[in-house]
Design a protein around this ligand. Structure first.
Ligand code: SF4
Ligand code: SF4
Length: 207
């Protein structure tokens, strides 16, 4: 291929679209005219029409696509692993945690710290319980391992904090006693499956 052929390879109407370059205006008025010509085109009014149509649908047609966060919040999936809640027994109102310590042991971030003591009736009670949400990775193991469904993942998902360590105490996560009636049984990560009763089998006699 000669140099001339090389330079002209694939150049042609089939392969390239040649730009129709306009004359560059020299005067201010000419430049303004060019800007106005390029700016005000039919597409601009189509875009404005779409905007106004969607605004009318949102304001008067009940088709709002956004919510007023934080006053409104979108529902989250029950399996979402949000900030923990501590549940109470619905019958007595006492907290469900029996202080077994499994959640503390399984926590891979080592962010649960708890302690127990004996009360005046020699029953074990939780004396201290904290979760450091600066370390927690929301893996859900603690909710998965809890035998009492005491620690669960709730619906609060705002985990931002001004401090690297942000602790939550047992009382912060515990259902307020006056809100016990609104406490819902957890159906998310680590919860008992709806058909759990059907899966229970008798222990074989040989065992
Ligand atoms: S969600 Fe995971 S990291 Fe967070 S407290 Fe539970 S076990 Fe620990
Ligand atoms: S929250 Fe559950 S796993 Fe953790 S100590 Fe209490 S009963 Fe045990």
């Amino acid at each position: 291929m000669s140099l001339e052929e090389f330079k002209n390879r694939n150049v042609g109407e089939q392969s390239y679209r040649m730009l129709d370059l306009e004359h560059t205006p020299e005067t201010g008025l000419g430049k303004f005219g060019q800007v106005a010509k390029r700016t005000v085109k039919g597409e601009l009014f189509v875009g404005l029409w779409v905007t106004l149509r969607e605004m009318k649908n949102a304001l008067f047609g009940g088709k709002m696509h956004t919510i007023k966060y934080p006053l409104e919040k979108l529902p989250i999936s029950p399996r979402y692993r949000a900030i923990h809640d501590m549940l109470r027994l619905l019958e007595s109102g006492h907290y469900r945690c029996i202080g077994c310590g499994l959640c503390e042991k399984i926590c891979i971030s080592d962010c649960i710290k708890m302690d127990t003591r004996y009360d005046e009736n020699q029953r074990k009670e939780v004396s201290e319980y904290t979760i450091n949400f600066g370390r927690c990775i929301f893996c859900g193991y603690c909710a998965e391992v809890c035998p009492e469904l005491a620690i669960v993942h709730g619906g609060r998902y705002e985990t931002a904090s001004e401090q690297r360590a942000s602790f939550s105490l047992f009382e912060d996560m515990l259902t307020p006693i006056d809100a016990l009636k609104q406490q819902k049984e957890f159906d998310g990560f680590g919860a008992v499956s709806p058909n759990a009763d059907e899966n229970i089998k008798k222990t074989p006699l040989a065992y």
